[in-house]
Write a protein that binds this ligand. Structure first.
Ligand SMILES: *[C@@H]1O[C@H](CO)[C@@H](O)[C@H](O)[C@H]1NC(C)=O
Ligand SMILES: *[C@@H]1O[C@H](CO)[C@@H](O)[C@H](O)[C@H]1NC(C)=O
Ligand SMILES: *[C@@H]1O[C@H](CO)[C@@H](O)[C@H](O)[C@H]1NC(C)=O
Ligand SMILES: *[C@@H]1O[C@H](CO)[C@@H](O)[C@H](O)[C@H]1NC(C)=O
Ligand SMILES: *[C@@H]1O[C@H](CO)[C@@H](O)[C@H](O)[C@H]1NC(C)=O
Length: 258
C-alpha cells in the first residue's frame, strides 16, 4: 500500500477537504443506489463476512450524530464501497478504516480486532471515548494506528506490542493513564513514529523501551517529566523529539533548534 497516502496526514487542509467532500456527496448519493445489480450476498465474497460483522459492530457502538455511517454504511452495497473503508482487490477484505475528523462519538468495538487484513486505522479526532480495546493487538498486519485527539481513557493495552509491523503509533491528545507498558516496543522493530503526548501517563520511560526500534525517528511523549528522564537509552541518535509546531530537537534534556 502507499504509505504516503492518507494516514497521519496532520495536514489539516486535507482533512477539511475530506469533510467537505463528505458533506457535499452524502445527501445526493442514496437515490442512485436502488440498482438491482447490487446484491449484498452476491458482492460480498466468502471470508469477508467476518469483516462485515466487525464493521457493523463498530458502527453500532457509535452515536454518529451527523448520520454519516447510518446513511452510507448500508448493506445494499459491498462494504468496500462504504465511506472510509478500503479493501484489498482480490480478497475483498478491509485493509483501511480511515475516518479522521468524522464525528463518531462512542466507544471502539472489540470486534475491530477481527479485521485481520487491516493495515491502516485512522480515527483521529472522532470523539471516541472509553478504552482502547486489547483486541486491537490482534491486527497483526497493522502499520498505521492513529487514535489522536480523542477522549480515550484507561491504559495503553500491552497487546499493542504484538503489532510487529506497526510503523506509526499515534495516541497523543487523549486521556490515557497509568504507565507505558514495559514491553510495548520490544516487537515493534518497524516503528518510525510514536506520539503519546498530552495524556495522563505516569511513571518513567521503561528501561530499554527503545532497544529494538532502529527506524524510530519521531518520538513525542510531551511531558517535562519524560523529557528529563534518563531512559532514552537505545533511541537512535539523533532521534527527534518534537513539540507540535516547534522546530526543535530534544535529546538528553537538551533542546536543539532547527
Ligand atoms: C443475491 O444474489 C444471490 C446469488 O446470486 C441470490 O441467490 C439471491 O437471491 C440474491 N438476493 C437478492 C435479494 O436479490
Ligand atoms: C458512501 O460514500 C462513498 C464515498 O463517499 C460513496 O462513493 C458512496 O456512493 C456512498 N454510498 C451511499 C449509499 O451513500
Ligand atoms: C469477533 O470479535 C468478537 C470480539 O472480539 C468475538 O466475540 C467474535 O466471536 C469474533 N468473531 C466473529 C466472526 O465475529
Ligand atoms: C499479545 O500480547 C499479550 C500481552 O502483551 C501477550 O500475552 C500475548 O502472548 C501476545 N500474543 C501474541 C500472539 O503475540
Ligand atoms: C492537543 O491538545 C493540546 C492540549 O489540549 C492542544 O493545545 C493542541 O492544540 C492539541 N493538538 C492538536 C493537533 O489538536
Amino acid at each position: 500500500m502507499n504509505r504516503q497516502l492518507p494516514m497521519v496526514a496532520s495536514n489539516s487542509a486535507s482533512t477539511v477537504l475530506f469533510a467537505i467532500l463528505l458533506s457535499a456527496v452524502l445527501p445526493i448519493i442514496p437515490s442512485s443506489f436502488s440498482s438491482p445489480s447490487l446484491n449484498a450476498s452476491a458482492t460480498i465474497k466468502a471470508g469477508s463476512d467476518t469483516d462485515l460483522a466487525a464493521l457493523l459492530a463498530f458502527k453500532d457502538q457509535l452515536y454518529d450524530p451527523l448520520s454519516i455511517l447510518s446513511s452510507n454504511w448500508t448493506t445494499s452495497v459491498s462494504f468496500c464501497h462504504w465511506v472510509g473503508v478500503s479493501c484489498s482487490h482480490r480478497r475483498q477484505r478491509v485493509t483501511a478504516l480511515y475516518l479522521p475528523d468524522v464525528p463518531l462519538q462512542g466507544e471502539l468495538s472489540t470486534h475491530l480486532g477481527n479485521l485481520s487484513f487491516l493495515s491502516l486505522l485512522n480515527l483521529k479526532r472522532t470523539g471516541l471515548t472509553g478504552t482502547i480495546p486489547a483486541d486491537l493487538g490482534r491486527l497483526r498486519r497493522l502499520r498505521i494506528l492513529s487514535l489522536f485527539g480523542n477522549g480515550l481513557t484507561g491504559v495503553i493495552p500491552s497487546t499493542i506490542g504484538n503489532l510487529s509491523r506497526l510503523e506509526f503509533l499515534i495516541l497523543g491528545n487523549n486521556s490515557l493513564s497509568n504507565q507505558i507498558p514495559a514491553e510495548l516496543l520490544q516487537n515493534l522493530g518497524s516503528l518510525e513514529k510514536i506520539s503519546l503526548e498530552n495524556n495522563y501517563l505516569s511513571g518513567h520511560i521503561p528501561p530499554n523501551l527503545f532497544n529494538n526500534t532502529p527506524s524510530l525517528s519521531y518520538v513525542h511523549f510531551g511531558t517535562a517529566a519524560y523529557l528529563a528522564d534518563s531512559a532514552w537509552h537505545g533511541l537512535p541518535a539523533p532521534a527527534r523529539v518534537f513539540e507540535p509546531d516547534v522546530q526543535s530537537v530534544i535529546w538528553h534534556s537538551t533542546t536543539y533548534h532547527l
